[in-house]
Design a protein around this ligand. Sequence first.
Ligand code: HEC
Length: 154
Amino acid sequence: MAKILRSAAALCALALVTACSSGSQGPAEMPVPPAEVPVDDTADPTTADGIFTAAQADRGEALFRSTCSECHDSADWTETGFKGRWEDQSVYQLWYYVNERMPYDDPWSLSRQQTTDVLTYIFRLNGLPAGNTELATDDDSIDDYWIAWSPSLP
Ligand code: HEC
């Protein structure tokens, strides 16, 4: 508000004897600009925010080759159907699905690390960027992120 008052005063100084000198038109009647929409920087980060490392996705890829590829083609995980099912879900939901049910013929056999790594491989397959920090394997860390398949808008 102080800024608006200052610029009003400056305007009055320029317009000197006309509008401002009348007394009835004080700075309070200057039009107030609409408040700026605050930037929501509390939004939860997503899989598009560089939440895994390249080395982690490499480990996931190795696991895919040894353990998943007998039943899955990597193209399974870039399909629209797959992506649509998981988009906007928590990473934890996909993590839990894989951890609990895959490999289909040997469920619950993956370690937390393996499950986490293979997810990052799936993210990378979809062109999501790697970053400097590995995706951690504890529930809280995994649950911190939402699944987005395209890079976030600036
Ligand atoms: C023995 C075969 C087999 C193996 C090995 C296997 N899967 Fe699967 N997977 C399946 C089947 C069958 C389904 C569909 C299950 C259903 O619809 O209930 C599936 C579904 C999935 C889905 C869900 C796909 C969707 O469209 O929502 C994911 C993710 C997945 N598997 C990941 C993996 C990963 C990662 C591995 C390796 C660690 C793996 N699977 C190993 C057979 C397998």
